[in-house]
Each structure stands twice: as C-alpha cells, then as structure tokens.
Ligand binder design. Structure first.
Ligand SMILES: [Zn+2]
Length: 89
C-alpha cells in the first residue's frame, strides 16, 4: 500500500476510491511507458542545461545521452563518498 498521489492520503478522491491509499499489484516500472521514460530523460538533460530541441538533446545520439547520465551519476556518487569521508560518516 502507498499513499494516494492525488489526495495525499485524505481519502477524498475518486482516484483511490476514497481509501487514501493504493495497492501496488505490479512493478511500478511496468506502468511507465517508453515515451514517459524518454520524457524523464529529456527533463534530466534539460536540468543539466541541454534543452530538448534541435541542436540540443534531440540531435544527440541516444548513446551519448545515456553515457552522459552514467557519468553524472558516477560523479555524484564519488562526490557523495568524498563528502562522507571528509565528514567522517
Ligand atoms: Zn485519493
């Protein structure tokens, strides 16, 4: 069970049948279609300063966008580890 994203657990909406919670009956990743995954990819690239337009993310190879995210994730991981090492936690 998880909190209804529409009513925030108040139980006053049709989406959750006034339960305030929803039951997860399959992997949530299956509910996300390819176009939504692509949109999320473009949103992440846009946040990094690469707009989804011609000359931007739309003109890059899928592999380039994929490996950019891989590198950014690795950098974030190493920065977080370095920060934790400095703070001793
Ligand atoms: Zn609801």
């Amino acid at each position: 069970m998880y909190e209804c994203p529409v009513c925030g657990n108040s139980g006053k909406c049709d989406y959750c049948n006034n339960e305030g919670r929803l039951e997860l009956i399959q992997c949530p990743r299956k509910a996300i279609t390819n176009d939504i995954w692509q949109f999320m990819d473009y949103a992440e690239l846009y946040e990094k300063g690469i707009p989804p337009e011609h000359g931007g993310a739309l003109d890059q190879l899928y592999a380039f966008n994929y490996y950019c995210r891989f590198v950014w994730n690795e950098q974030a991981l190493h920065k977080a580890k370095a920060h934790a090492d400095i703070l001793g936690s």
